[in-house]
Write a protein that binds this ligand. Structure first.
Ligand code: COA
Length: 257
């Protein structure tokens, strides 16, 4: 499918989805959110896709936020709908995607851009990346999950400071905070993300989906993550991947998933 603001290519079971509005620093307008959501859903359904890498086009930005021009004249109701629709169709969909999603943060990840990276399962940043939630400088608050996922990743105190100051942190600080797992030179970013994806792809995709589900369960109000783990652990025993994984181990060979 052809998109206006998103590129999606699959190579070697890795689908790379690139936000492609470089002249607007890849800011997320409505159309881009819809296209991204569609691209993620399509990749998740595609049996050829084992890992999704999400990145931004150009050397300057991953995503510089929600498109400010688009929401500048919104009413309170429109604002609420914007956040609800975005969270449901894109940000929560990424977090709950059954295929692993790696964000390769190649530059500015601000506002909705950082929220997009935080919805991914794993974040890798280039050394020029800058991250922040500058919404309060515009008189709004993060609306795509930032007030929830940032404290989960960096702790409440650091999240409060980042949100209240609206400041940016560099890639090294983001690494120290645990906001990104790795920092690499910009030229090596996609190669690094691909190596990480390749390590993931050696393992059972069915078990990985079940693990994503169990980890996420612990962050949902009213859901017992330990019980989700017990359920998903049990279900694993009924899968072909379990037979293959354990048989391969006992036969001293590599599993073929
Ligand atoms: N929404 C809409 N347009 C955006 C945007 C956003 N979030 N971020 C950048 N752009 C646009 C700029 O308006 C500019 O467009 P123009 O050339 O048509 O005027 C273009 O992208 C380039 O950005 P510019 O500001 O000229 O680049 P810069 O290098 O001077 O500054 C930033 C880079 C990231 C510091 C700056 O663009 C910025 O502060 N962006 C907004 C970040 C933000 O507050 N995001 C949270 C939104 S909730």
């Amino acid at each position: 499918m052809d998109y206006n603001n998103v590129l999606s290519t699959t190579d070697n079971h890795i689908t790379t989805i690139t936000i492609n509005r470089p002249n607007k620093l890849n800011a997320l307008n409505k159309e881009t959110i819809a296209e991204l959501s569609h691209a993620i859903g399509t990749a998740e359904e595609d049996e050829l896709t084992r890992v999704i890498i999400l990145t931004g086009s150009g050397e300057k930005a991953f995503v510089a936020g929600a498109d400010i021009a688009e929401f500048a004249h919104f009413t309170t109701d429109e604002g609420k709908r914007l956040a609800a629709h975005g969270q449901e169709t894109l940000f929560d969909a990424i977090e709950n995607c059954s295929v692993p999603v790696i964000a390769a943060v190649n530059g500015f990840a601000l506002g909705g851009g950082l929220e997009l990276a935080m919805a991914a399962h794993i974040r890798v940043a280039s050394d020029n990346a800058k991250m922040g939630l500058p919404e309060v400088s515009l008189g709004v608050i993060p609306g795509y999950g930032g007030t929830q996922r940032l404290p989960q990743l960096v702790g409440k105190g650091r999240a409060m400071e980042m949100i209240m100051t609206a400041g940016m942190i560099d890639a090294q600080t983001a690494h120290r905070f645990g906001l990104v797992n790795h920092v690499v030179e910009q030229e090596g970013l996609m190669e690094f993300a691909t190596i990480l994806a390749t390590k993931i792809m050696r393992n059972s995709p069915v078990a990985i989906s079940a693990a994503i589900d169990a980890v996420n369960a612990g962050y949902v109000d009213g859901v017992d993550g330990y019980q989700a783990e017990i359920d998903n652990f049990g279900s694993s025993f009924g899968t072909e991947d379990f037979v293959e994984g354990t048989t391969a181990f006992l036969e001293k060979r590599k599993p073929s998933f």
